[in-house]
Write a protein that binds this ligand. Structure first.
Ligand code: MG
Length: 454
């Protein structure tokens, strides 16, 4: 009798773990310089993105999703740490890391990958890194068990004799940049054959899904494109209505389709959150080889909406109710959301700047209203509260040496004037006062990290 009781107790104790749902997988697909207006589901009339449009139709499409920075390096630091880049020191006058930079994402910063690895996840980085070359900052030092891709942007380490203007050319030389393709820190190919990158990144992710389908996994797929120099594989080159830029985006769309198909094929689609977004707005000075921010003003490098508002699509079939949301959300929300899905508490003694999106994603609950702050380098240029956005300084993304200061700030209503054309500051001193209060509270709580981009 006693033995039977003991057995029953033991069985009761093991039952919850037998029936508990497996921890959800998480995939972040991160494009480089993809604009707000470059996808069919975001209004592009020329670039065909059927896979992303289907992902958006099956998932939740954000109209007001933000990058935490106007350029590559700080944006990536913010995504992986859930913190404004000023806190990690991953922003500044030099704007991004260069091949000769000594700094990088500090080892002490806790990334999504580190937290999820601690929670039993298999972790992989595929694609561009751009967060540092040296010990402590590299993918394998920051929580990724595997890494396959480029150290930095595909336009860095240019050949000395490369003709001026090659980077924005519709037909850039395939061997013009000496950037290397690496696996787990070892060079596989230098220069990397850029026409093959999207395809090879995709194969890598599809294989990883097949291999790890039994265990929870986290994949950070940071595409090289559509950052210039622009390349597409032979299957996509010359096929879009939008030149080589459109070809590159259509290949990225194909890639998303392959990843989602692999999740379905391996039976893990319903247990995988996929989030698709971009690191910053389109690089407009590249002309035909730069994308479009749609009706938003300016692009990459600026704190106008086109520089930082980007596509954001969340997908988890059967869990996320399909729809469109105008809730303000940003990439620093992805870390708290991932930890919440993994059932892991947020790290102690770390100030996070995001919020858990799970109630919005899975229960259609509105988020608590909060301000959003637009930094250019380490300077706060603008702030949004509700539909209102105030600019304290403005500067085009590229080409102007100095910022213009505004006192009183410029004020725009992003609902009625998404293109930021009509300054209504004079009519709304009360709104400016409320925004000033939010900015003061934010500034008082910011402790800048040691600058890494010198
Ligand atoms: Mg970028």
């Amino acid at each position: 009798m006693k033995l039977i009781l003991t057995l029953l107790v033991a069985l009761a104790l093991t039952l919850p773990s037998v029936f508990a749902a497996p921890k959800p997988n998480i995939i972040i697909i991160f494009c480089d310089d993809l604009g707000y207006g470059d996808l069919g589901s975001y209004g592009s009339p020329v670039i065909r993105t059927p896979h992303l449009d289907r992902m958006a139709a099956e998932g939740l499409r954000f109209t007001d999703f933000y990058s935490a920075a106007e350029v590559c390096t700080p944006s990536r630091a913010a995504l992986l740490t859930g913190r404004y880049p000023i806190r990690s020191g991953m922003c500044g006058n030099r704007r991004v890391l260069f091949p000769n930079s000594k700094g990088g994402l500090p080892a002490a910063e806790l990334t999504i990958a580190e937290s999820l690895k601690g929670a039993g996840y298999a972790t992989a980085h595929v694609g561009k890194w751009h967060l540092g070359l040296y010990e402590g900052s590299r993918p394998l030092d920051q929580g990724f068990e595997r890494t396959f891709g480029l150290h930095y942007s595909n336009d860095m380490d240019a050949r000395a004799d490369l003709p001026k203007g090659s980077v924005g050319s519709p037909t850039p030389p395939h061997d013009g940049w000496n950037v290397a393709l690496l696996r787990d820190g070892k060079v596989l190919e230098q220069p990397a054959d850029q026409t093959t990158l999207t395809k090879r990144y995709t194969d890598e992710v599809v294989n990883f899904i097949g291999e790890k389908k039994g265990a929870p996994f986290f994949i950070y797929l940071a595409h090289t494109f559509p950052h210039v120099p622009m390349f597409a594989s032979p299957a996509f080159k010359g096929k879009s209505h939008a030149g080589i830029y459109g070809d590159a985006v259509e290949e990225l769309d194909w890639s998303v389709g392959e990843v989602l198909a692999a999740l379905r094929k391996n039976g893990v689609a319903e247990n995988t959150l996929v989030f698709f977004t971009s690191d910053n707005g389109p690089w407009l000075i590249m002309g035909d080889q730069g994308g479009s921010a749609g009706l938003l003003r300016e692009g990459k490098g600026s704190t106008w909406e086109g520089g930082m508002r980007v596509p954001g699509i969340a997908w988890m079939p059967g869990r996320i109710k399909p729809g469109v949301t105008s809730e303000l959300a940003h990439m620093m929300d992805l870390l708290p959301t991932a930890l919440s899905l993994a059932g892991t508490p947020p790290p102690k003694d770390v100030t996070l700047d995001g919020t858990d999106l799970a109630p919005l994603l899975f229960e259609s609950k509105p988020l608590t209203a909060r301000p959003f702050f637009y930094y250019r380098g380490d300077q706060l240029f603008a702030a949004r509260l509700g539909e209102w956005k105030a600019h304290f300084q403005t500067q085009d993304g590229y080409g102007r040496p100095q910022a213009e200061r505004h006192d009183p700030p410029l004020l725009f209503h992003l609902g009625r004037d998404a293109s930021e054309k009509r300054n209504v500051a004079a009519q709304h001193p009360d709104v400016l006062a409320r925004i000033a209060e939010a900015v003061n509270a934010h500034k008082a709580a910011i402790v800048p990290g040691p600058p890494q981009l010198q």
